[in-house]
Ligand binder design. Structure first.
Ligand code: COA
Length: 263
């Protein structure tokens, strides 16, 4: 599949930073099966083959929603006994995003509910517009968050709040999400994309191997408890074998900006 064949994702690129827009505005950008297939292809095939690739922004079309969840209209056609497959597929896609080697930033322009909140939580960074609203309302549909939400929400906001929110299905504001540690920043809606691009632009100037190593090391803390420190040692060792490592030290000593190449 080339990017031209995506039906529900719009792609644009500038200086190695890709903007991916969920493009089902009438359905509040709900994640249907086709969108999940496209997301998987995007992160497993298309983006890894791009160069330069410095960062990825995920956002939603329109002013109302980032992603309002999994597509509830498709729920009724899920074959009996296939719910686990659906959740596993979601885990596979979101795990690809969480472990992607360049930063993925969710620019949350409205509702981030259910799978939309879970998608945002699988990204490395989250910036929201002031009107954004969050929640895991699956309990209202008789199900639970199935794309990693029960695990990741706890990581960000702690067990006490996560338990209550998932048991009640209550939505919460961007202001609360920031206060509780789910978000990096909240900005006026008309600044969302420029602020997001600026943050990824700053990170794009860092040494690429070190950027990937931070992502892998931080994730390791959560993925395999106890293994994070070991991963950090290994990833640190990897960065010290690069010429960017030498360039970084040299530039510091010479009081100039480093020129990183990724080697
Ligand atoms: N899946 C499929 N379609 C969805 C959807 C979802 N998760 N969320 C919204 N839509 C559709 C609506 O069915 C509606 O389509 P229609 O015009 O064909 O009826 C359209 O998007 C607009 O949504 P609507 O509900 O009319 O907008 P609203 O402003 O009244 O409410 C929400 C917005 C987000 C509060 C409401 O749409 C909602 O609760 N959505 C479901 C959220 C959810 O439970 N997500 C978890 C799913 S596991």
């Amino acid at each position: 599949m080339t990017k031209m064949e995506y039906q529900n994702l719009l792609l644009s690129e500038s200086n190695g930073i890709y903007r991916i827009t969920f493009n089902r505005e009438k359905a509040l950008n709900a994640l249907n099966g086709q969108t999940m297939k496209e997301l998987f292809h995007l992160f497993s095939d298309f983006l890894p083959s791009q160069s330069p690739l410095k960062g990825v922004i995920l956002t939603g079309s329109g002013e109302k929603a980032f992603v309002a969840g999994a597509d509830i209209k498709e729920f009724l056609s899920i074959e009996s006994g296939k719910g686990g497959d659906m959740a596993q597929n979601g885990h596979d896609v979101f795990s690809l995003i969480e472990n992607f080697h360049v930063p993925v930033l969710a620019a949350i322009n409205g509702f981030a509910l259910g799978g939309g909140c879970e998608l945002a939580m699988s990204c490395h960074l989250r910036i929201a517009s002031e009107n954004a609203r969050f929640g895991q309302p699956e309990i209202n549909l008789g199900i639970i968050p199935g794309y990693g939400g029960t695990q990741r929400l706890i990581q960000y906001i702690g067990k006490t709040k996560a338990m209550q929110l998932m048991l009640t299905g209550d939505l919460f504001s961007a202001e609360d999400a920031l206060k509780w540690g789910l978000l990096n920043q909240v900005v006026p809606a008309n600044e969302l994309l420029s602020v997001s691009e600026a943050l990824l632009g700053r990170i794009a100037e860092k040494a690429p191997v070190a950027v990937s190593a931070v992502i892998a090391s931080v994730n390791a803390f959560f993925n395999s408890p106890g293994d994070g420190f070991k991963t950090e040692v290994n990833q640190f060792a990897k960065t010290t074998q690069t010429s960017d490592f030498l360039e970084g030290a040299q530039a510091f000593i010479e009081k100039r900006q480093p020129k990183f190449t990724g080697a």
